[in-house]
Ligand binder design. Sequence first.
Ligand SMILES: NC(=O)c1ccc[n+]([C@@H]2O[C@H](COP(=O)([O-])OP(=O)(O)OC[C@H]3O[C@@H](n4cnc5c(N)ncnc54)[C@H](OP(=O)(O)O)[C@@H]3O)[C@@H](O)[C@H]2O)c1
Length: 233
Amino acid sequence: MIDRIALVTGAGQGIGRAIALRLAAGGITPILVGRTAAKLEAVAAEITAAGGQAQVAALDVTDSTALRALADHIGDQPLDALIHCAGEALVRPLTESTEADWDRVHAVNLKAPFLLVKAFLPHLKRSTNASVLHIGSITVYVGAPGVAAYTASKTGLLGFTRSLAAELKPDGIRVVLLSPGPADTPMRWAATPDYDRALLIQPDVVAETAWHLINLPRGVTTGDVLIESLAML
Ligand SMILES: NC(=O)c1ccc[n+]([C@@H]2O[C@H](COP(=O)([O-])OP(=O)(O)OC[C@H]3O[C@@H](n4cnc5c(N)ncnc54)[C@H](OP(=O)(O)O)[C@@H]3O)[C@@H](O)[C@H]2O)c1
C-alpha cells in the first residue's frame, strides 16, 4: 500500500536524484523519471536498500504521449508532488548557438513543465496537500554571458510558475519555483569544468529545501525560493 507518491523528473543523477532519495527517506514513494533506465534503476536500488520504495519510468519529458501513458498507468492514485528537475544546460555564446540548441533547451526546461502539469493535474487534485515544484536557476536573477537560451527558458519557467500558482490556488495546490545557484552535479561539471568545487551547493541542500516546501501545511505556500552560496556573494 503506497501512502504518498511524488513524480521526480531528472531523478537519475544530480539534484533530481538527491530529491528522490530525500523523499523516499521521508516515506514518500518517488516515481523516478528520466531517459536512461539504468541510472533510474540504480537510484531505485539505493532507495530500496535504504528501506524505501520507488518506481521507475524511463521516458523523455518532452514526449507528451509518454507522459499521458504514465498518467494512465498511475490510474486514480493521488499525486502529492510533481517535481520537474530534468534540465538541459547550454553554455555557448549566442552567436554560436543554433536554432536547434534554443529549441532543445526550451523543450526540456519550459515546454515539459507545461506538458507535465497537463498530464498529471487530475492526480494532483486528488491529493489533500499537493505541490508542484519547478527547479529554476540563479540565472533568472543574475544575467551571465553564454547562457542566454538557458536563462530565457528558466525565466519563462518563472512566469509559467507564477501564473500556474495563481491558477491552481483554488485547488489548494502550491506551485513554487526553487532556484539553486551553482550546484555540485554532472550538469555543472560538464558545463563549467574549471569551476571551484568548494563554491558549489550540494544537491542534498536543494533536496532538503524541496522536502520542506512539499511538507508545508495545506493552504500555505511561498514565493520563489533562491538558494545561494555565501561564498559567492
Ligand atoms: N547544477 C547546477 O549548477 C544547477 C544550477 C541551477 C539550476 N540547475 C537546474 O537543476 C536541475 C537539475 O540539474 P542537475 O545539475 O542535477 O542536472 P544533471 O546532472 O544534468 O541531471 C539532469 C537530469 O535530467 C535528465 N534529463 C535531461 N533531459 C531529459 C529529458 N528530455 N527527459 C527526461 N529526463 C531528462 C537527465 O537524465 P537522462 O539524460 O538519463 O534523461 C539527468 O538525470 C536542472 O533543471 C538545472 O537546470 C542546476
